[in-house]
Design a protein. Structure first.
Length: 273
C-alpha cells in the first residue's frame, strides 16, 4: 500500500482509478475536487467541464474566491452541470476522523442531492448551507484570517506571560477560564506544547490563504489592517522556516523573540486544559 495520500493507497482501499480525465468525467454523477487555489480550480474546471454529463454536480472543496466561482459557473452552466463550493475547516485531524466542518455555497436542492457524500467527509451537524454560489468560498476566506490571528495573538500573550514568570500550564488554564477563551486555545494550540507545529498544512498554503482573504477585502473595498499584519508575520515565518514548515510555525517567531519555547512537561500536560 502506498502513502495515505497516494492514488495507489486509495485503489487498495477500494477506489477505482480512471485512465484519463475524460473517462473519469463520463463515469461520475458527482465530481469532488480539492485544489491548491483559484488558478488550479479554473484550469481544472475548463478542462473537465466539457466532459461532464448534463445534470451532474461539481463540488469544489478548495479554498478559492468568488471570482473563480464566476468563471466556473459560466463554464458549467453551458453544460447544464450544477456546482457547489464547499470548502472545509478542521485541520488534518478533522479530515482523518471524518469530522470536517463544510461550508456550502449553492442551491439548497443541489446540496440535498450530495449531502450524504459530504456527511461522510464532515460532521453532519456542521455541513452548513451558507448561501448562494461563492458564499462557501467567502466564509472560508473569513475563517482563515481569524484563525491565523488567534494563533499570532495566542503566541504573543503566552510567551510574554511565561517570560514574566507564569507557568505555561497555569497560564493556559487561566486563559481557558477567562472571557478570552477560544476553540483555538482549547483544541488547536496544545499540539505546540508537544513540539507539533502542524506540518500537515504547509506555510506556503497558509500564506496563500491569507493573501486570498486580503485580496477579497480589497475587492469589496473594506480595509483589513489586522489581517494584513498577520499575513506579514506569516510571510516572515515562511522566509525563515521555508514553504513546507507547518502552519503554526509563526509561533516559533514569538518563541525566538522571548528566547523560550512553549512546552509542557509530561506531568503538566494533563492540567493544561
Amino acid at each position: 500500500m502506498g502513502p495515505p495520500w497516494s492514488a495507489t493507497c486509495l485503489v487498495d482501499l477500494g477506489a477505482l482509478r480512471a485512465d484519463s480525465i475524460a473517462a473519469l468525467a463520463a463515469a461520475c454523477d458527482v465530481v469532488i475536487t480539492m485544489l491548491p487555489g483559484p488558478a488550479q480550480v479554473e484550469a481544472v474546471v475548463r478542462e473537465m467541464a466539457p466532459l461532464l454529463p448534463t445534470g451532474s454536480v461539481w463540488v469544489d472543496m478548495s479554498t478559492s474566491t468568488p471570482a473563480a466561482a464566476r468563471v466556473a459557473d459560466e463554464t458549467l452552466t453551458e453544460r447544464g452541470v450544477h456546482r457547489l463550493d464547499a470548502p472545509v475547516s478542521g485541520m488534518a485531524k478533522g479530515a482523518a476522523a471524518g469530522l470536517l466542518q463544510i461550508f456550502v455555497g449553492g442551491a439548497a436542492e443541489v446540496l440535498a442531492r450530495v449531502r450524504p457524500l459530504l456527511e461522510v467527509m464532515g460532521d453532519p451537524e456542521r455541513v452548513l448551507h451558507v448561501g448562494g454560489l461563492g458564499a462557501g468560498y467567502t466564509v472560508k476566506l473569513m475563517i482563515n484570517p481569524l484563525w491565523f490571528s488567534h494563533l499570532v495573538a495566542s503566541a504573543e500573550v503566552l510567551t510574554v506571560g511565561m517570560k514574566a514568570g507564569v507557568d505555561l500550564a497555569v497560564l493556559h488554564r487561566s486563559l481557558l477560564a477567562s472571557p478570552a477563551a477560544s476553540a483555538f486555545l482549547a483544541n488547536d494550540l496544545p499540539s505546540v506544547f508537544g513540539g507539533d507545529y502542524d506540518d500537515s498544512f504547509a506555510m506556503k498554503l497558509a500564506c496563500k490563504d491569507l493573501g486570498l482573504s486580503i485580496d477579497l477585502s480589497r475587492d469589496v473595498g473594506v480595509p483589513a489592517p489586522l489581517s494584513a499584519h498577520v499575513e506579514q508575520i506569516y510571510r516572515t515565518a515562511l522566509a525563515k522556516c521555508g514553504p513546507h514548515a507547518g502552519e503554526m510555525t509563526p509561533i516559533r517567531l514569538a518563541e525566538d523573540n522571548a528566547a523560550l519555547q512553549l512546552r509542557l512537561t509530561v506531568a503538566a500536560e494533563g492540567t493544561a486544559a
